[in-house]
Design a protein around this ligand. Structure first.
Ligand code: HEC
Length: 131
């Protein structure tokens, strides 16, 4: 066999993996990576969610994010809402829509301009992970 016949399939293999690897990487971006990004954003100087929300159950200006996901939140209008993914997203993007009872409506309204959809997803996954 000549060297060329060996090199040919090898070249194809390299070229194919060059294109396939990054695509596969995007699809397999694991949840733990999202959670890690969410944690970083939550504690970042830019967003500083951690200034008002603890993750260990302590009440700061806002409620703790510990165990938030799936819990029932009483609102100022007397109704209750389940803290599902939709509620968490809405609370971050439009915090004045539903106000939690016994908490001041002081959450900043600018997050919708600061957080990309991917970042929002990461923050939500981080909050869900805080059991
Ligand atoms: C200045 C303080 C402050 C900052 C900063 C802040 N929040 Fe809040 N947040 C609050 C308060 C107070 C409430 C409860 C009142 C309300 O419903 O608006 C709240 C409500 C929420 C809720 C709804 C659930 C609940 O316990 O009421 C979520 C989810 C949330 N915040 C997430 C975040 C995330 C994520 C960030 C950062 C991107 C953030 N907050 C930044 C004060 C803050």
């Amino acid at each position: 066999m000549s060297r060329l016949t060996l090199l040919y399939p090898l070249t194809i293999l390299i070229v194919v993996s060059f294109y396939v690897a990054p695509i596969a990487q995007i699809f397999s971006q694991s949840n733990s990576k999202k959670i890690a990004l969410g944690k970083k954003l939550f504690n970042s100087d830019n967003l500083s969610c951690n200034a008002c929300h603890s993750i260990d159950g302590q009440r700061f200006v806002g409620a703790s994010m510990k165990g938030l996901y799936g819990s029932i939140i009483p609102l100022t209008d007397g109704s209750n809402v389940k803290a599902d993914i939709e509620f968490i997203k809405e609370s971050i993007l439009e915090p004045s829509k539903k106000i939690r009872a016994e908490y001041p409506p002081v959450m900043p309204i600018y997050y919708k301009n600061k957080i990309s959809p991917q970042e929002l997803e990461a923050i939500v996954q981080y909050i869900i992970s805080l059991k």
